[in-house]
Design a protein. Structure first.
Length: 215
């Protein structure tokens, strides 16, 4: 009985922590804004180099790294690209950036990094040229860039030249420029919906657990 009650208390404590985080995130995101559907927007193609400044990573082999707390970003397809944690520093140090793999298993896959980190030479750092970098636009861009993945493989790598010239489709304004404000709000709306779904799930679980406990 003691173990069951202890486990239940720990579980409820975690659920409350998750709920507080979701509620705070919803408050920070603000109200959902009604937008045209993606299919209702005008779209046009742009070369990646027209949209982004593309900066290199720096080669750092595992044997030469020193364990620490700074994420080291490699060409992975999981774990947000974090290969290990190091105390090393080099010219690739960056944050609030989209890292895009041009080699390895995660070729063409990108991950957003709000935290300070360094990058391997198999990952490029993408910063927007004409709009302030932020999580929402960069996450939208991550998905857009990923649509090009089928074109590339081990025999046709997503190298620096191809990366620069690859064209991506973006929603545009009436003047034909990328509609960054739409992309930002679209991503915010998606995040809001997910957090609200999560809260609804937590509430339903809490109700189910309460009924089960009373029974």
């Amino acid at each position: 009985k003691y173990m069951a009650e202890y486990t239940q208390q720990k579980r409820l404590s975690l659920i409350n922590k998750y709920r507080t985080y979701a509620q705070k995130s919803i408050a920070n995101l603000g109200e959902e804004v009604k937008l045209p559907a993606l299919s209702e927007m005008s779209w046009d193609s742009f070369s990646i180099s027209d949209v982004f400044d593309i900066l290199p990573g720096k080669r750092l082999v595992a044997a030469d790294t020193t364990p620490g707390s700074r994420p080291f970003i490699g060409a992975l397809d999981n774990n947000n690209g974090v290969a290990r944690f190091v105390s090393d520093n080099n010219a690739s140090l960056d944050r609030n950036v989209l890292g895009v793999n041009y080699d390895g298993n995660g070729m063409v896959i990108g991950f957003y990094h709000p935290y300070e980190c360094i990058f391997s030479d198999s990952v490029k750092r993408f910063h927007l040229k004409s709009y302030k970098d932020n999580a929402f636009v960069l996450l939208f861009m991550k998905v857009v860039i990923l649509q090009q993945k089928s074109k590339f493989g081990y025999l046709y790598k997503f190298n620096a030249e191809r990366m620069t010239n690859t064209r991506i489709m973006l929603p545009v304004t009436d003047s034909g420029t990328p509609d960054y404000e739409y992309m930002e709000q679209y991503a915010k709306n998606m995040m809001l919906r997910k957090y609200k779904q999560y809260l609804a799930y937590l509430d339903s679980k809490n109700k189910t657990d309460t009924i089960a406990t009373n029974d």
